[in-house]
Design a protein around this ligand. Sequence first.
Ligand code: KIV
Ligand code: ZN
Length: 509
Amino acid sequence: MNRVIIFDTTLRDGEQAAGASLNAQEKLEIAKQLDRLGVDVIEAGFPISSPGDFEAVQLISREVRRPIICALSHANAVAVDRAWQAIKEAAHPRIHVFLSASDIHLLYQLNKSREEILEMAQKMAARAKSYVDDVEFSPMDASRTEPVYLYHILEATIDAGATTVNIPDTVGYATPQEFGNLIQGILVNVPNIHKAVISIHCHNDLGLAVANSLEAIRNGARQVECTINGIGERAGNASLEEIVMALKTRQDSFNLTTNVDTTQIYKTSRLVSELTGFAIQANKAIVGANAFRHQSGIHQDGLIKKAITYEIMNPKSVGIPASSLVLSKLSGKHAFKERLIELGYTLSEEALSRAFQSFKGLADKKKEITDRDIESLVAEELRAATEVYHLDHVEVSCGDHSLPTATVRLIGPGGQSLADAALGTGPVDAIYKAINRIVGIPNKLTEFTIKSITEGIDAIGEVLIRIESEGITYTGRGASTDIIVASAKAYMNALNRLLAKKETEKGKP
Ligand code: KIV
Ligand code: ZN
């Protein structure tokens, strides 16, 4: 097979990144865009982990019909059954069972023998198979597992019905040569390996996730698990866009293809960044703001003469728009909707109308509306759709000779209007204190950044904050031409995520 299956785990491992919690609607938006991107498999979530995750996997299974929709499961009967319940309406469902395999995990975490683990793995792969043909099994921490034992687990789970066996470098410990050799060893030593696809799943703790994945592919792996922008647990997962573009750009070396429509990469990257609240570093390969910017005079000279002198990929091939200037106050709803579709958003009629109203409001303040403005505006709309408390009004008084004072009014869960006021060390502190007096959830602000989305004095300001409550980090974003309002919105967004999480965690197993 000379095609590599792209398994996207942005909505599962990606969402495990500290502070990245997405609600079901946001996950659905991302899943729809992943569909347009052309990924083969979407790992939509981990249904046993929370009712919220279950709901999101079920929603995606119902609405996204082309790709395989995969649900992750512990190797126990309750989890496998729950995974099946979540994906059973998918057009192409898959259950992905995982279980630790390394002696380190067996000894220090699970307190089980290799024999017990082998039996559990086989039983649960068989249980998944009783529900669905498409079963994936992952021996967690495979790269630190004794290879002969690893071969046995793979053989046993393939016998039990696994059609994909995934080799995770769970802690990002492997080096490319080692990891490539591991795949070769599996091909040679697992007698029934021809009945399954070998997959790989690399974490980026040493910055080697993409290199390890590519080396594994070179040695025979044909499914790669990756995430948009490389987000994920700790230092993240292998980045989808880097793997796909490496395979495409160096086709001469790999001789392999994917189903990905690479012109959708940029949009997908922006959407994931916008909805998770994780900014993309400027020098990030493929999608960073500087990825196709040439600063040096010699480079610019070469580029003008012939792009190939300093550009190995055409920015158009990853969907970077030539110009991001799109709409103005004269633009109608139809043009606005078309632009949203272009950017990867599919809003309901009601949400579209609200977003259009905000667009008109912005166009009154700002002459040129760029894609970044629109993205920020729609992300605001998606955030508002799932609010428990809505910021209705905020007013501050501050200056070098006055006591910063804030008055806020929120619309609460039952539609009631709740107002309060507070003093603070500065205007933002005063707002946050006033909001706290109403919402009353203890938390600590751990990060606060503010940046302008576009150039110019009339630009939208975007505030990104992180708060911590009971050891969990929540991200909040808010955007407005008024940075004080943006700060208030960001705090409300983080609090609403916290409240939603508490709500969906109720009844967590
Ligand atoms: O990193 C890992 O081992 C995982 C497994 C669940 C595949 O995410
Ligand atoms: Zn992982």
